[in-house]
Design a protein around this ligand. Structure first.
Ligand SMILES: Cc1cc2nc3c(=O)[nH]c(=O)nc-3n(C[C@H](O)[C@H](O)[C@H](O)COP(=O)(O)OP(=O)(O)OC[C@H]3O[C@@H](n4cnc5c(N)ncnc54)[C@H](O)[C@@H]3O)c2cc1C
Length: 380
């Protein structure tokens, strides 16, 4: 009887788990090593929500990849027996004439996505929880919404166990060709290794062009009289030059979440405190105050620090660092939406050496996918 190939996955965040799932469906045996237990609140993949949207500025490769991402999520949700996703639509506004909205609009229109033009008057008319103050440019796009991240990670981890994956709780100290060295000195080997260490990657692989970046998010509950308006609110991307922010509406019993677009480019995922200071929280609230009327009447539910793994051009780094040893990194605060499709692509590339050269350029948003890279296996 032919033996099944063995894969070792470092990291039980969305990237490691999605890759593990795709490998299991392709006939691999899988062992997942993580210092924590999924869903891991220290990981970049775990809080209530992550956004998925086509608006991508000049990064048209990622805009196009969102269609593949949606297809991969649909297949994964069918396998999980649940679809932890809430469609909200996407509202983007800018108080300046920066190019991000213009580039997004042009890219989506060329891709056949209907983009509804809005302005300072029609934004609050359409979405009463937002003010139109200062808006110079705005649009709404219906596709797009909220992936319920923690739920997805929890379901996926349970599914992997049911499919026979082995989870090992250990800290990895070193990475070699098809091997991981653990902190007890043991070395694990396999036919293939995937390193999906999130914002810890710069510690393990200091030569990667990736830096950990401390980011703050604030959670809020709206006043009772605004609950109906918030129940139909879209996600908000505010690109205003005085400080952009994103806002996730309160879907499926989750709080409103506000975070900023700029990268701090400081901090360390392992050692830094995860509590946000009052000053850090206030800096986020200050960005949102102008766009969300009566913000000071909202109930403050807390603020926390999380970590991105930032690549300077915000391009994903998914490539072989040794034979059959792939790193998945550089997700720069926008990787979750692509977790399912990236996992599929990495599994396909590990199964077929001919696909491997196409993986980095596609994952960086530069090149179209070659045939075979995104093939899905949907049954176990
Ligand atoms: C607050 C926030 C908001 C975001 N919003 C969005 C969004 O709206 N849309 C979007 O698409 N993306 C978003 N992102 C980005 C996205 O969530 C991340 O790109 C993605 O989750 C990264 O997943 P990962 O599996 O690579 O990392 P992680 O989830 O961090 O998983 C890495 C795992 O590796 C383990 N690990 C690391 N080093 C070691 C070691 N040495 N030994 C053992 N285990 C180790 C860690 O314990 C961790 O569990 C956001 C990220 C954050 C933090």
């Amino acid at each position: 009887m032919a033996t099944r190939p063995q894969a070792l996955i470092l990291g039980a965040g969305i990237m490691g788990l999605c890759t593990a799932h795709a490998l299991l469906l392709s006939g691999w045996d899988v062992r997942v090593v993580d210092q924590d237990v999924p869903p891991n609140p220290r990981g970049a993949s775990v809080d209530h929500h992550r956004l998925i949207r086509h608006a991508y500025g000049a990064q048209a490769g990622y805009m196009r990849m969102v269609d593949d991402a949606f297809a991969a999520w649909r297949a994964l949700f069918a396998a999980l027996g649940e679809a932890p996703y809430v469609e909200t639509g996407v509202l983007a506004v800018d108080e300046g004439q920066g190019g991000w909205l213009r580039d997004s609009r042009a890219g989506m229109a060329a891709h056949g996505i209907e983009v509804h033009a809005l302005d300072a008057v029609s934004v609050p008319q359409s979405f009463p929880c937002f003010s139109g103050i200062g808006i110079a440019d705005a649009f709404f796009v219906a596709p797009g919404g909220v992936l319920l991240a923690e739920r997805i990670v929890a379901l996926l981890a349970a599914r992997l166990v049911a499919l026979g994956a082995v989870f090992e709780r250990a800290t990895v100290r070193g990475i070699g060709p098809q091997s991981l060295r653990l902190d007890d000195g043991a070395t694990l080997t396999a036919d293939a290794v995937v390193v999906a260490a999130g914002p810890w990657a710069p510690r393990l692989l200091p030569r990667l062009p990736v830096k950990a970046s401390r980011q703050i998010l604030v959670r809020l509950a709206p006043p009772a009289d605004l609950a109906a308006a918030w129940a139909v609110a879209p996600m908000l991307l505010d690109l205003s030059p005085q400080g952009g922010f994103y806002m996730v509406p309160p879907v499926a019993g989750t709080p409103i979440k506000v975070g900023d677009h700029s990268f701090s480019m400081t901090g360390d995922a392992q050692d830094d405190p995860r509590e946000a200071t009052p000053a850090e929280a206030e800096a986020i609230l200050a960005l949102a105050r102008r766009r969300i009327p009566r913000l000071d009447e909202y109930r403050f539910l807390g603020a926390a620090a999380c970590y991105y793994d930032v690549q300077p051009k915000e391009e994903f780094v998914v490539e072989a660092i040794h034979p059959a040893t792939i790193v998945m990194s550089g997700f720069s605060g926008h990787g979750f939406k692509f977790g399912a499709v990236l996992g599929q692509a990495v599994a396909n590339a590990l199964a077929d050496d001919n696909l491997m050269p196409a993986l980095p350029g596609w994952a960086a948003g530069r090149d179209a996918a070659v045939p075979g890279l995104l093939n899905q296996r949907v049954t176990a």
